[in-house]
Design a protein around this ligand. Structure first.
Ligand code: HEC
Length: 302
C-alpha cells in the first residue's frame, strides 16, 4: 500500500511544471506571493490520491461476481423504423398463455388489448370465455362466476403474494406486464435468462428448489427452466424449439409493455420530417426578418 502510494505520488500526482517532485526544491521555488497556497494544494492532492488508492485497494474482488451480461441479440424490431414482428407477438402470446401464465400474472393486460394487434375480436372473445371470472354481487348479494369478457383482465395464477411464494419455494414470480423495460438489458436479458440455464459450476452449492442461471443476479433463481423443445405446439406450424419460444415470448412481452411501439416509431419519423421542414422555413424567415437589421448602416454625425 505504502509502496503504491509512494509510486503514484512520485509519478503523476505531484509532478509540477518545474519537473519531478522534490519536496525541498518545490517548497522553495513556489514561495513568494502564493507560496502557502501551493503547499496546501499539493498536500491536498497527495491526500486525495492516497485516499483514492486506499479505497481501490480496500474494494474486495469477490469470487461470486461471475454473473454474465446478456449479449445483444439482433431483434427484428431493433431498428429506428422497425415494427414488432406481429406473427411472433401472436406466437409469444401462445407461449405466455400455455407456459408462463401458470406462475406469472400480467395484471395490466385485458383481453380487449389483444383485439386488432394480435387477433380478431372473435378469437379474443373465445380466449376470454375460457376463463371463469368472479363477478357480482347479484340481486341476492352473492358473488358469482361467469365466463370472461373482452373487458376482463388476464387471470392471475395465484390469489395473493403469499400463495404465489408458497407455491414457488419462497420466490415470487413477478408480474410480466412490464418486465422487459423493468430489467436492465430488456428482452436481451429475458431471452438470455430463459435459455441460459446450466449446471452450477463446481464449488457453488444451491439450496433445494433453486436453479443455476448465470444471467440471474446472484446465479440462483427460483424459477425452474420453463422452456424446452416442443414445450408447446404452435398453431401456425412454426417448429417450437426452446429458443424460438423464448424469442417469441420476449417479443410478446415487449409488445405488452409497449403496445404503442409501432405507432411511436411511425410518429417519430413524421415528427422528424415535419420538424426539419419547419426548421428550414423558420431559418428562411429569420433571415428575411433580420435582413433589414443586418444590412443597415449606422452613421454617427459629428
Ligand atoms: C413454475 C413456475 C414458473 C413458470 C412456468 C415460469 N416462471 Fe418465471 N419465475 C418464476 C419464479 C418463482 C420467479 C422468481 C425467481 C426468483 O426471484 O428467484 C420467476 C422469475 C421470472 C423472471 C424475472 C427474473 C428477474 O430478473 O427477476 C422472468 C423475466 C420470468 N420469470 C419469465 C418467465 C417467462 C417468460 C416464462 C414463460 C416462458 C416463465 N417465467 C415461466 C416461476 C415461473
Amino acid at each position: 500500500m505504502a509502496a503504491i502510494i509512494g509510486r503514484t505520488s512520485r509519478q503523476a500526482l505531484l509532478v509540477t511544471k518545474s519537473g519531478t517532485f522534490s519536496p525541498k526544491a518545490n517548497f522553495v521555488s513556489f514561495k513568494g506571493k502564493n507560496g502557502k497556497k501551493w503547499v496546501v494544494a499539493m498536500v491536498g492532492a497527495a491526500t486525495v490520491g492516497a485516499v483514492g488508492v486506499g479505497a481501490a485497494l480496500a474494494t474486495p474482488v469477490l469470487a461470486e461476481g461471475v454473473e454474465l451480461h446478456p449479449p445483444k441479440y439482433p431483434w427484428s424490431h431493433n431498428g429506428l423504423l422497425s415494427a414488432l414482428d406481429a406473427a411472433s407477438v401472436r406466437r409469444g402470446y401462445q407461449v405466455y398463455k400455455q407456459v408462463c401464465a401458470a406462475c406469472h400474472s400480467m395484471e395490466y393486460l385485458c383481453y380487449r388489448n389483444l383485439v386488432g394487434s394480435i387477433m380478431t375480436e372473435e378469437e379474443a372473445k373465445k380466449d376470454a370465455e375460457e376463463v371463469m371470472v368472479e363477478d357480482g354481487p347479484d340481486e341476492e348479494g352473492n358473488m358469482f362466476k361467469r365466463p370472461g369478457k373482452l373487458s376482463d383482465k388476464f387471470p392471475a395464477p395465484y390469489a395473493n403474494e403469499e400463495a404465489a411464494r408458497f407455491a414457488n419455494g419462497g420466490s415470487l414470480p413477478p408480474d410480466l406486464s412490464y418486465i422487459v423495460p423493468a430489467r436492465h438489458g430488456g428482452e436481451d436479458y429475458v431471452f438470455a435468462l430463459l435459455t441460459g440455464y446450466c449446471e452450477a459450476p463446481g464449488g457453488i452449492a444451491l439450496r433445494d428448489g433453486l436453479y443455476y442461471n448465470p444471467y440471474f443476479p446472484g446465479g440462483a433463481i427460483g424459477m425452474a427452466p420453463a422452456l424446452y423443445n416442443e414445450v408447446i405446439e404452435y398453431e401456425d406450424g412454426t417448429p417450437a424449439t426452446a429458443s424460438q419460444c423464448a424469442k417469441d415470448v420476449c417479443i410478446f412481452l415487449r409488445w405488452a409493455s409497449e403496445p404503442e411501439h409501432d405507432i411511436r416509431k411511425q410518429m417519430g419519423l413524421k415528427a422528424v420530417m415535419i420538424f426539419s421542414f419547419m426548421l428550414a422555413i423558420s431559418y428562411y424567415l429569420k433571415r428575411h426578418k433580420w435582413s433589414v437589421l443586418k444590412s443597415r448602416k449606422i452613421a454617427f454625425k459629428k
